[in-house]
Write a protein that binds this ligand. Structure first.
Ligand code: 13P
Ligand code: 13P
Ligand code: MG
Ligand code: MG
Length: 370
């Protein structure tokens, strides 16, 4: 049996500001997906949040890009938006860019990470949920998990991982993708994914030598870029990702280890600042200081016949205290830079800016330097 694991997410109103999802919105989503489960549209689900992003984690057998699943998510976000408007939540409906659903939720605002695969005997799977950052924030940890032997011991010592993996990378400016093999093409891979605002890892596949089916991804990341979709700032692209673990893949602990640096990502405060990505448990998945710092939650499930266990809140663990402490120090240091790069993003990456207005105002006061 093939199962589809889908995470579809949207910010449909912040409580307060851009800090958190209001419990009423999660309750609406829970009711809606309970109905869908009862009607056999989905097999199972979990509702979660990271910061102000409402996350629908669903399992079903409809495959990726299934109209009925996307439509369910869209309707859920619309209902939650109505409640957000009633409550006067901030930016109600922020990520719903169109008035009517057109059959596929892609390009309409919400973020989507989905993959369809044949379940193994035991299928550990992790939903990663991020807030105040962008899809490229996944490049570093996904590379670490599936390509860096200093992170993933299995690449060296597990015969079923030893041949490495294949990365599908998207150029989100040119709308093109490329498949790159690791370790053979690791330097080419790093050359492009280091430029994380343009090149993003979309999926990871097993090598042909693997026992796993070659065409079934082992990881998938949402890559929607809201400001490109809408042509202007309408909310950010806080991403989500799915990673399968163990038995021919990185162990769960290797998957989580990839987040132990608190690496620098873009998208903090007004989508226009760099900051460390702090791994947190759900209870700490609210964005406060300077609307951040950027956060990531990891919910771990065992999947069986399309049904998921209760999630384990994997970063809610003292083992990540040191990473969080380090992230706090880095945050404090970066904050002292105020409006200066590299805390503030370079001009071309900022999500909104007054610069054109400032330039216009200064206009003729700029004189040619002789
Ligand atoms: P178990 O022996 O508990 O399955 O663990 C395998 C492992 O080494 C995970 O890192
Ligand atoms: P969200 O994209 O999470 O709504 O955050 C907007 C922002 O930039 C807050 O500073
Ligand atoms: Mg918001
Ligand atoms: Mg958000």
């Amino acid at each position: 049996m093939k199962t589809t694991f889908s995470i579809i997410k949207a910010d449909v109103g912040g409580w307060p500001g851009h800090a958190l999802v209001h419990p009423d919105l999660k309750e609406i989503a829970r009711t809606k997906l309970t109905d869908a489960k009862r009607n056999n549209l989905i097999l199972d689900f979990n509702i979660a949040h990271c910061g102000d992003d409402l996350e629908l984690i669903m399992t079903h057998t409809n495959g990726v890009d299934a109209k009925e699943i996307h439509s369910l998510a869209w309707d859920t976000f619309c209902e939650a938006t109505e409640r957000a408007r009633d409550l006067g939540l901030y930016g109600a409906g922020q990520d719903l860019l169109c008035d009517a659903f057109s059959g596929n939720i892609k390009g309409m605002g919400p973020g989507i990470a989905e993959m369809e695969f044949t379940e193994r005997k035991a299928e550990p799977i992790v939903a990663f949920l991020m807030d105040k950052t962008e899809p490229g924030a996944f490049n570093f940890p996904i590379f670490k998990m599936f390509a860096d032997p200093f992170n993933t011991a299995g690449l060296i010592i597990d015969p079923s991982c030893h041949d490495g993996f294949i990365f599908e990378v998207w150029d989100i400016h040119e709308h093109k993708n490329v498949m790159l093999k690791s370790p053979e093409e690791m330097y080419d891979l790093l050359a492009i994914i280091g430029a994380k605002s343009r090149f993003v890892i979309k999926r990871v596949f097993p090598k042909p030598s693997s026992k796993l089916p070659k065409d079934e991804p082992v990881s998938a990341i949402s890559t929607e870029k809201l400001y490109q979709i809408a042509g202007e700032y309408v909310g950010k692209d806080d991403p989500v990702g799915i990673v399968r673990a163990q038995s021919g893949l990185p162990a769960l602990g290797e998957v989580l280890e990839a987040f132990s640096l608190g690496h620098l990502v873009s998208g903090w405060m007004r989508g226009s600042h760099n900051g460390p990505l702090m791994p947190v448990g759900l209870k700490d998945a609210q964005c406060t200081r300077f609307d951040g710092p950027p956060r990531v939650v990891a919910l771990g499930f065992q999947l069986k016949n399309g049904h998921i266990t209760e999630p384990v809140d994997l970063f809610d663990d003292p083992a990540f205290d040191l990473t969080r402490r380090k992230a706090q120090d880095i945050m404090d240091y970066l904050r002292r830079h105020g409006p200066f790069e590299p805390h503030r993003l370079p001009m071309e990456d900022m999500e909104y800016t007054t610069l054109p207005k400032v330039m216009k105002k200064l206009g003729t006061r700029f004189k040619k330097i002789k």
